[in-house]
Design a protein around this ligand. Sequence first.
Ligand code: TYD
Ligand code: MG
Length: 455
Amino acid sequence: MAKTKSVFVCQNCGTESPKWVGKCFSCGEWNTFVEEMTTTKTKSTGRSGFGVAEHSKPVPLSDVTVADLPRLTTGNHELDRVLGGGLVPGAIVLLGGEPGIGKSTLVLQMALHLPKAKILYVSGEESPQQIKLRAERIKDGAVENCFIVSEVSLERVLTHIENQQPDVLIIDSVQTLETERVESAPGSVAQIRECTAGILRVAKEKNLPALLIGHINKDGHLAGPKVLEHMVDVVLQFEGDRNHMYRILRAIKNRFGSTHEIGIFEMQNNGLREVSNPSELLLARHGELLSGVGIAAALEGMRPFLIEVQALASSAAYGTPQRSCTGFDMRRLNMLLAVLEKRAGFKLAAKDVFLNIAGGLKVNDPAIDLAVVTSVLSSNMDMAVSPEICLAGEVGLSGEIRPVTRIDQRVGEAAKLGFKTIIIPTYPKGVDFDKFDIKVHQVTKIEEAFRFLFA
Ligand code: TYD
Ligand code: MG
């Protein structure tokens, strides 16, 4: 017999409580508890748990055979790279990202380019006509094998899966799905959890790869409980600045591959274009010498690319100088400015400092520190750095330049792009940079780098 009970669920972390509380005792958020009705089926077996074990039988790990995971390559190299080689049968991939970033475009483009696979595209957000219009924008690709349905009911989606027997399932988005088994509103924690569990069951049962699109909340995390991220096999995040055309696809969790890979795309009029050589796009080669520019040999995931850091330092018009950053951590900039002030004797306390990473990218790699301080000083002194020089190095609190990871890759990329000199931290004697066709200048303190650059 079905029994309905009311529980209060934290919309942030999914914690349940029998009564309303103001502050979640699990995640500490305020005012996140919402009443939800859940219907639980009472079990007919007297002692729950017994009798279930017949279906599953423990086997020694040595007896478990894995047929080499056959992956379904999506034909999109950047997406395949992030997935770790393609879609794995039965795996659930959750794709998150801000509204309008291009999640629906990415999955539709993938669907249209999947060779010979039958796709079921369930959209709770758009009508088939809207999807068709988007498909027409993307143009090339096969539309015969892509079946579209506008549906929000989980039960009916499961019926469609049964009838169509697709090779790949796409749900856009998991927040719009609802199931009759739970009485709360679509998008609530209970609904998301229940619907994902439903999809998970058929995916594992039928060995059907499924792609779920998920919304993110204002903090940039996937909306819904953390359990959602635990349930799925792969969590991807699609990010970028909506006003710029570059998009980065990152794996946050991947049970079948590395989370260090990133995919880079460019949003164009006819869909997303794969960017296989990011440096070419991120480096604007100005003909003239400009002050306030430093080129960093950065690394995102496993991929090296060169990126332009731009700074502007000018006398503050008001008492408190302004500091502003795009694509870089503001606290880190403040720290770097303090290091310049204290350790290298530059007077920046009365200057407004603006910093911008070109291309609208967010870079977390500490190796761009050296390019950041260089661009700030270059702007402050109004002296340009030669465009044939690039930099990689982390700046420490005492003004020392600290070694960074994968230096060979960075130096190699700079050499490939035709830079003449790269300034890097000092490495032990054993590290060989002679194989690269570029002059490597190793420094231990920021003063040494500045003497080399501005002397
Ligand atoms: P969309 O995939 O709908 O975003 P999401 O599903 O993440 O909310 O993409 C929306 C944006 O992409 C929209 O503002 C228009 C733009 N766009 C292009 O620039 N070129 C294209 O070919 C397509 C299909 C969309
Ligand atoms: Mg969408």
